[in-house]
Design a protein around this ligand. Structure first.
Ligand SMILES: Cc1cc2nc3c(=O)[nH]c(=O)nc-3n(C[C@H](O)[C@H](O)[C@H](O)COP(=O)(O)O)c2cc1C
Length: 187
């Protein structure tokens, strides 16, 4: 059985929560599943990701973009992601069509095997004053209204589980390898 690295860029923990939920299902068909948060300074990334056979990569949107350190990680591991294959999930409050996923893969010239977008959280209690103000500015521009005095967890966990099942099915269902789309098709 193969080894999977789930590499995320979570600032306030929600993407990490989604990653661990995905990992639960994926442990059924990978010998080893490890989660690495490139934004968590308390846990260092392994020097080499050579021992992993496949990647699942995920990040939240902040001010219309994925976190910079996460983007740096993706750029510097571009060739490894391309050669071994990877799936991607994106977290945000906006509609799926507005996620910057297509732009990211166009820029890096990468084709993920699977892509999912999930709704994230509004966590005033975790965020500082400035983060709440910035989020309010962005959400108002996007026509989203959130009360200031309560938090929201908008993730549809059934969708997260369905994504995990589809990855597991592709990896260890029939034939045992993740199906990658035709490069021409995705371009
Ligand atoms: C300052 C700030 C800016 C944000 N900007 C966006 C945005 O532009 N688009 C969006 O969909 N979500 C935005 N969000 C929501 C985050 O993507 C959401 O809270 C996510 O769950 C955070 O994930 P994390 O806990 O893994 O960092 C923003 C949140 C904050 C605090």
């Amino acid at each position: 059985m193969k080894k999977l690295a789930i590499v995320i860029g979570s600032k306030t923990g929600h993407t990490a929560k989604v990653a661990h939920r995905l990992a639960e299902t994926l442990r059924r068909c990978y010998q080893d599943v490890e989660v690495f948060n490139v934004l968590d300074v308390s846990t260092s990334l392994p020097e080499s990701l050579e021992r992993f056979d496949r990647f699942l990569v995920g990040a939240p949107i902040y001010c219309g973009e994925y976190p910079e350190l996460f983007l740096d990680w993706m750029s510097s591991h571009r060739d490894e992601l391309d050669s071994k294959g990877f799936a991607f999930f994106s977290i945000g409050l906006i509609d799926e069509a507005l996620h910057p996923t297509g732009r990211l893969f166009h820029m890096l010239r990468l084709v993920p095997s699977h892509v999912a977008t999930f709704h994230g959280t509004v966590s005033h209690r975790k965020w500082g004053w400035l983060q709440s103000v910035v989020l309010r500015y962005y959400s108002r521009n996007l026509g989203l209204l959130f009360a200031r005095d309560r938090d929201y967890e908008l993730t549809n966990w059934a969708m997260v589980d369905a994504f995990a099942e589809s990855l597991a099915g592709a990896e260890c269902g029939s034939g045992g390898s993740v199906k990658r789309p035709d490069r021409q098709q995705a371009a």
